[in-house]
Design a protein. Structure first.
Length: 160
């Protein structure tokens, strides 16, 4: 699904192309998840006139762990007569709704690692529910949590 969404945007194709992809999927968990994901993505994209750009990616490191920060989509669109805004978008596909803290931490990491270099907004799309979250301000209080998670993961990994 992730690849199909990227291909749809890079090729300038209609969102209806996602339905064609669904017909080629035979893995039972994916077959079960696709209808909600397609409906959610169609809901989110709505009537937006989006323009693709190649999303930036970078490495972020902390506590001995290096993380690739790689949003899947680079989309630009205008809202209500405003000038177009470029968004770096991370897609979320899980059936369960994301927790607000996880979304905020993800957006904060993306903002810290990418936005100052690119002049874009960072966003997060919950594909199943068709919901968009955008970074709404510096959440410096979350960076210690992000650094702590990185250090904890690096420590656990080194003991495997």
């Amino acid at each position: 699904m992730r690849d199909a969404i990227v291909k749809m945007h890079t090729g300038g194709l209609s969102v209806t192309e996602l339905t064609k992809v669904q017909k080629r999927i035979h893995h039972p968990p994916k077959v079960a998840a696709y209808p909600a994901a397609i409906a959610g993505y169609k809901k989110w994209i709505g009537r937006k006139k989006v323009k693709w750009f190649k999303p930036s990616r970078t490495n972020w490191s902390s506590g001995g762990l290096e993380v690739i920060v790689n949003p899947e989509l680079g989309l630009e669109w205008a809202t209500k007569g405003q000038p177009p805004v470029r968004h770096l978008i991370k897609l979320y596909f899980k059936k369960e709704a994301p927790k607000k803290l996880m979304v905020d931490a993800s957006l904060t990491l993306m903002q810290t690692a990418l936005a100052p270099k690119t002049g874009t907004e960072v966003s997060f799309v919950d594909v199943q529910r068709g919901a968009l979250w955008s970074f709404s301000g510096v959440k410096k209080s979350l960076m210690p949590l992000v650094h702590g998670e990185a250090a904890g993961f690096a420590t656990a990994w080194s003991h495997l």
